[in-house]
Write a new protein. Structure first.
Length: 314
């Protein structure tokens, strides 16, 4: 009976869920222009109910060393030191939009249709809208974008309902995709700048987030996008400082970094601000094009689609 009980704990059930393909953030509550506390346009991401297993953090000391997996392959990361696990399931064999209890880490994760060409985007209200410039830039590089996050949050900042990036991940405010995505992107810093987060707080939480994500997705590429601002010599203030700080964090973790701390001035786009920090549609489009160019320079295009074999004629 003890063996049967142990098997029950590790064989993960599939749980039916609503369609979640727009991402794992919750729909924002827009209350007017505020420093990056809400997206200027509502996201179409579906709200996800919390599950008891999704809020459990995995102690670092007991976590087994992850095995790298190619994009699209299942991976058993964060296994809490267990030597034997149930066989990993192929994401391609599961229904897109469903939620899967990953036996490797005890967390609920979302099944996406094409994990091999998916970019997981963790961010704030710059990224949350469907037409947000980070999403546009990634889509232009050939990625399907899966958003995790919510307006008003950051490395330290929370919005009252959703925790900061690392807390939200650990307690299950939003869910990561199951499998191994092609790219994981972390964007933000604006809310941390607005709410007085210290350098030490930002660095500590960014380190924790990156470490957790790299454990979960050891075979994926990573990138970071900094804090959109006017530039340190043109009124960028703390936003530009946080952008520069995040570049040092990215360098420490050997992650490609896209600095946006002077883009509003450098590309003459302050005139396209819808409020103090968010872009209008023209601004999102312009920044999306700029981001795509930077991602291409960094060699972060989506994997090529395999050529399909020609069907026999007749």
């Amino acid at each position: 009976m003890r063996n049967a009980s142990a098997l029950t704990r590790f064989v993960a059930p599939m749980i039916a869920a609503g369609v979640l393909m727009a991402g794992c953030g919750q729909a924002p509550q827009t209350t007017g222009a505020a420093p990056e506390s809400a997206a200027p346009a509502a996201s179409t991401a579906a709200s996800q109910p919390a599950a008891s297993a999704s809020g459990q953090s995995v102690p670092r000391k007991s976590a087994a060393a992850p095995v790298a997996a190619a994009p699209g392959e299942p991976v058993a990361a964060g296994s809490a030191g267990k030597a034997k696990l149930a066989p990993e399931s192929d994401p391609a064999s599961m229904a897109p939009g469903s939620v899967y209890l990953n036996p490797a880490n005890g967390r609920n994760e979302v099944i996406v249709a094409n994990i091999k060409r998916t970019a997981v985007l963790i961010g704030d209200s710059q990224s949350e809208p469907e037409a947000g410039w980070p999403r546009q830039g990634l889509a232009a590089m050939g990625y399907n974008v899966f958003f995790c996050g919510r307006g008003g949050t950051g490395f330290v900042a929370a919005n009252g309902k959703t925790g900061n990036y690392i807390d939200a991940l650990q307690r299950g405010d939003w869910k990561l995709p199951y499998g191994s995505p092609a790219l994981v992107v972390i964007q933000g810093g604006g809310n941390d700048a607005a709410r007085g987060a210290t350098d030490a707080q930002i660095v500590a939480n960014a380190d924790r987030l990156i470490s957790s994500l790299k454990q979960r997705y050891p075979g994926s590429k990573f990138a970071m996008i900094g804090t959109l601002a006017r530039g340190i010599n043109y009124g960028g203030g703390r936003r530009s400082q946080v952008d520069a700080l995040l570049s040092t964090v990215a360098a420490k973790h050997a992650i490609p970094f896209v600095s946006a701390g002077d883009w509003l001035t450098k590309y003459n786009l302050a005139k396209e601000l819808a409020d103090g920090v968010h872009m209008n549609s023209a601004g999102h489009k312009a920044l999306g094009t700029i981001l795509a160019a930077r991602l291409k320079e960094l060699g972060l295009e989506a994997p090529a689609v395999p050529a399909t074999s020609a069907l026999p004629v007749g």
